[in-house]
Structure formats: C-alpha cells, structure tokens
Design a protein around this ligand. Sequence first.
Ligand code: SF4
Ligand code: SF4
Length: 174
Amino acid sequence: MALGSCACFGGVNQLKNRFENLDWVKRQVYGKHPIDTAPVKALEEVVNVDLRIYGCPIKKEEVEKIVLHIALGKSVVIPKYPVCMECKANENICLFDIGELCLGPVTRAGCDSWCPSNNAGCWGCRGPAEDANVKHMKEIMKEKGFSEKSIIERLDCFGGFAHFPELKKKGKRK
Ligand code: SF4
Ligand code: SF4
C-alpha cells in the first residue's frame, strides 16, 4: 500500500530528480555537510502496489473510510473526478475569480477541497484526476494572466504530473 504522495509518486522529495547534478543539489540543501542521496522513486517502481492513498498530508477521514471498507471486505473507491467537484459542492467561490492559481480542475478529489475551502489554491498533492486535461487547463490559466513558470512550478511540486508531456518536455535542469 502506498500511503501519501511521497509513496505514490515521490512527493516533494522527487523535485531533486529534476536536476542532473545531485552533488549541486546536496550543496544547496546541506551546505558544507552533505549526506548521501539517491534519485527518488515511487513505491510501485520498487515493489508491487495494491492500493494508493493519495495526499500530502493524507486525509484522516479518507483513511478511516478505506480501513473500514477493507475490514468489512467492501471495495475501496478512490475518487477519479477533480477537486473542483468537491469545491463546488462546498459552495466555495472559485479562486480563479479572485486571482489565485489553483490546480483543482486537474487534481484528483478526495480531500474535500481542503485548500480552496481555506482560501488557498490547490497544489495538486493528490496527483492527476482521471482524464485530467492539463494542456487545456494551462491555456485557461494563461488567459487568466498566470505565467507559464508559475503553472509549471505548481504542477511540478508533488510529482503526480511528472508523466504529462507538458512537464516532460521541460527536461532536466543543470
Ligand atoms: S477554487 Fe480551484 S478547486 Fe475550486 S472551483 Fe475554482 S479551480 Fe476548482
Ligand atoms: S486541495 Fe489540492 S493541494 Fe490541497 S489537499 Fe486537496 S489535492 Fe492537496
């Protein structure tokens, strides 16, 4: 079982994989006292994974429900739809309308729109929703005045969108 974004797709730790030179990364992070480090892998790259529980952090209520369903022998259902669905159900004002970037349209729901419900844009910690249209979302964000850099930085953060062409073509940094 992959528990949390780091186990599911590397989480914030996978940001170092974007750099060719891990020695440079170690110096930036640890200064004169570097420690050994290796590229980050998702759990499923090492062992078979039967279940992914997304989130950074994971949502307590979702984990409780999953454990209960497993104990009762019921199937576990992880939402495939995006955070926007929960956000609308919670009757939030869309943050786009007040100039805040938000990855809700492409991110997997299940957190009950935690960040937008607290006036913060989604950073995509639960990874992509099924059929997430990142290309189209980027176009809309650009129309709304957000820079390519700010969009990519946000998509990059937790690693869930790493396989999308919009991020892949960016390539490695120095
Ligand atoms: S605030 Fe974010 S999650 Fe909520 S409706 Fe707008 S884009 Fe979707
Ligand atoms: S709103 Fe986005 S970043 Fe916030 S907890 Fe939910 S999926 Fe994660």
